[in-house]
Structure formats: C-alpha cells, structure tokens
Design a protein around this ligand. Structure first.
Ligand SMILES: Cc1cc2nc3c(=O)[nH]c(=O)nc-3n(C[C@H](O)[C@H](O)[C@H](O)COP(=O)(O)OP(=O)(O)OC[C@H]3O[C@@H](n4cnc5c(N)ncnc54)[C@H](O)[C@@H]3O)c2cc1C
Length: 382
C-alpha cells in the first residue's frame, strides 16, 4: 500500500464536495487535497438560493460562482400574488467545475470511482487502496437511505428559448395556479436572460416515480398558457429529492460508522425544501476552519450532522403537515397560508434558521386544512 500522499481525500465532486475542496484549499493552502469524481464536477445542475440563506461571512465562497442574481422574487397562489424583496441567486454547475479545476492541481482531481472507505483510506474499483490523513464521503444520498421517513419533491426543469421575450423580470419561486395533480404542484420560473427562461414543473408527492415525458408536456402547456412561443429547449434537469418527515438519526448514521460524511449523504439539507446549498456552504466553512482533518473527522462530522438533525425537528413536522394533513388537491393551501407571513420569517425558514417565535407564528391560528388531521400529522412518528 503506498504511503499517504494526501492530507484529505474528498469522495464525490458534487455541490458539497466541490465547495469543501474550495473552502479547505482557500483556508489551508498547504494541505494536499484530492477530489474523487468520476463525472463532471457538480454534474448537471442549476443551484439557486436566497442571499439570506448564506451568512455574510461565508458569501465569499459562493459569490464568485454566482451566474445570475435578482433583487427580488415572487409567488403566485390561486388566492393572491406576492412580490418579495429577498435577493435570489443561481449557480450553474459548470461554474463550480471551472472553480475547482482552477483551485486544485489537475493530478489531484481523480476521475475514478471509490468502492469503499475507512477514516484514513479509500479503495477504488480497480482494487487500489490509497492512504490519506482524512476522508470526507460526499457521494450523495443512497437511493433508499436507512432511517429516513420521506415523501418526495420531484421535478423536471427545462431551459426554454423564447425569442419574442418572456417579460418576467424576477424569479417566480412558486406558481401554484396550476392543476393540483400528484400532490402539491407548482411551476418555478427563472428568467436567466430576456429570452432564456428556466421552467420547472414540481410536485410534493407521496411517491418517487417521475414520468419525465408527462412533465415535459406540462412545461410546454404552461409556456403556451403564458403566451411564450418557445423555439428551443437548451438544457434539461430532473430530480427526485427526499422531503423529510421523520426518522432516526442513529439508524441513518450509526455511531460506529467513523467515515466522515458531508452534503446530502450526511442529511445536510432542508427537510422541507430538500435544498442543500446553504448547508453545503456552512459545512464547507466548518470543515475548512474548525474540523480536525485527521482520523477524528468522522466523529466530528457526525456530531455536526446530528446537531443539524436536531435543529430540523420543526421543519420535519411542517413536512408532515404538508404531506399528511391534507388531501393532495388541498396541499397548496398550506403554502398559500405560509406565504402570507412576514418576509423576514419566510427568509429565516428557508435558511433553516426559524426562531421559536417564528415557529409559534407559523402554527398559530386555524390551519387551512382539517384541524384533526393537522394534529394527527404533527403527532405522527415513524
Ligand atoms: C436537478 C436538481 C436541482 C437542484 N436544485 C437545487 C437548488 O436550486 N438549490 C439547492 O440548494 N439545492 C438543489 N438541489 C438539491 C441539492 O442541493 C443537490 O442535490 C446537491 O447537488 C446535493 O449535493 P451533494 O454534493 O451532497 O450530492 P451530489 O450533488 O449528488 O454529489 C455527489 C457526487 O458524488 C459522486 N459520486 C457518486 N458515487 C461516487 C463514487 N462511487 N466515487 C466517486 N464519486 C462518486 C457523483 O458523481 C456526484 O458528483 C437540486 C437537486 C437536483 C437533483
């Protein structure tokens, strides 16, 4: 077995792995880091976030990657439309790929597939085992992760070319004025240029099955209904993301599993929105500045993830309310009510930073669904 050439090997060059590599390289330039990623770094993604999701002190990590930004955003529900002031930003995965390749020497980006890891070694699919000072496993979430009780947020997004212009000047993060099939359905629109528009058809659903062809047809119908004459589809992405209703952290990440995890593999995502960018930034900053980059990293990363799990308790309760307290066609009423709340509260919710007072405010008053079912959903456990 060759002697350790690296101080840290990061397994997986997705969002979390890419940001971890950038943050550690910037904070501890003397360390030898390797990133193992068999495909393109970042894959094929547009990652969006609210400015308020990321602490001002951490913004330097993501700001150079941001390709699009807007001063505000909007929501549409059957009962009302609302414009909100929260600034919105989008990163294209190609920007993460370029930044990581500029930060790490090319021989430290290993286009290989890892098959096993210990706290201080990685084994590849050709049988080679490499020793290292520390390992971070950010290979994404397993398909059916043990210990998680989930519903699903599933979607297809397409980049549409609208030569005559779409006339949207800010993102619509939820347009729920569409047929409510297969759970809570909304369309998400990102105007990336006057003629380029990213449109995503999204469902909060009980099942992970995704009929991409049907969703593509619904995007086309939505565009037609808005009066957008589409000349081309230049990009497509799809996702089936877990909406976390409950579970058991010790089953998800047993205490005797000492390999450090990060990203969605460590459960570092928002339980209700499934978005992970804010947590990926916070984790990368912690890793670079505070984590022990040696064989103790696994225990420290598990403690970090467990704290995140505890903080997510209220958001898991809201996920149960959304998916369990209302019949599918009525689920939109929960978000319709939520978006009437004050903007700073909404911003803290998305950032995963709701205060105790926010929680009381969110739950106060009569729910827009059956009281008995709302109470049963709040109490439900699995
Ligand atoms: C289409 C889509 C759009 C999304 N949009 C947003 C958004 O706008 N905002 C937001 O906050 N979140 C978004 N999310 C949710 C979440 O942020 C992403 O899923 C995010 O990419 C998760 O990052 P990650 O690095 O933890 O995992 P992943 O991005 O899944 O990265 C895992 C990486 O590990 C690599 N890998 C897997 N197996 C191996 C192996 N054996 N050896 C080596 N490498 C391996 C994979 O190739 C991959 O690159 C989106 C998700 C999807 C699917």
């Amino acid at each position: 077995m060759p002697a350790a050439r690296h101080d840290l090997i990061i397994l997986g060059g997705g969002l979390a792995g890419g940001l971890a590599a950038l943050a550690v390289k910037a904070a501890r330039p003397g360390l030898e880091i390797a990133l193992v990623e068999p495909g393109a770094i970042g894959g094929n993604h547009l990652w969006s976030f609210f400015e308020s999701d990321v602490a001002a002190a951490d913004m330097a990590l993501v700001e150079p990657l941001v390709g699009h930004r807007w001063a505000g955003h909007a929501v549409r529900f059957p009962a009302y439309r609302r414009s909100l002031g929260g600034s919105y930003r989008t990163i294209e995965s190609e920007a993460l790929d370029r930044a990581v390749r500029a930060a790490l020497p090319s021989d430290r980006i290993l286009a290989r597939r890892a098959t096993a890891a210990s706290p201080v070694s990685v084994t590849f699919d050709d049988g080679e085992t490499m020793l290292t000072g520390a390992v971070l496993d950010v290979r994404g979430l397993a398909e059916a992760p043990a210990g998680l009780w989930c519903g699903w947020q599933k979607f297809v997004g397409q980049m549409l070319t609208v030569p005559a212009g779409h006339r949207l000047d800010c993102p619509i993060v939820m347009d729920a004025c569409v047929d409510q099939t297969d759970g809570y359905r909304f369309v998400y629109c990102l105007p990336l240029s006057p003629t380029d528009l990213f449109v995503e058809d999204t469902y909060y659903s009980d099942s992970p099955e995704l009929d991409a062809t049907q969703l593509e047809r619904r995007i086309a119908s939505y565009a037609q209904a808005q009066g957008w004459a589409v000349s081309a589809v230049t990009r497509q992405e799809s996702g089936v993301l877990p909406v976390l209703m409950g579970g058991d952290f010790d089953t998800f990440w047993p205490a005797n599993d000492r390999v450090a995890r990060g990203g969605v593999r460590a459960g570092l995502f928002h339980p209700l929105t499934s978005f992970s960018l804010p947590d990926a930034v916070r984790f990368a900053t912690w890793l670079a500045k505070d984590a022990p980059l040696d064989e103790r990293l696994g225990v420290a990363a598990r403690d970090y993830a467990q704290q995140h799990w505890r903080r997510g308790r209220f958001d898991r309760l809201l996920a149960r309310m959304l998916l369990r307290a209302a019949d599918r066609p009525q689920r939109f009423r929960i978000l319709e009510r939520f978006y009437r709340l004050p903007e700073p509260l909404i911003a803290r919710f998305y950032a995963g930073r709701s205060t105790f007072a926010d929680r009381l405010r969110i739950l106060a008053g009569r729910p827009p669904v059956s009281l008995a079912r709302a109470f049963a959903a709040m109490m439900e456990k699995k």
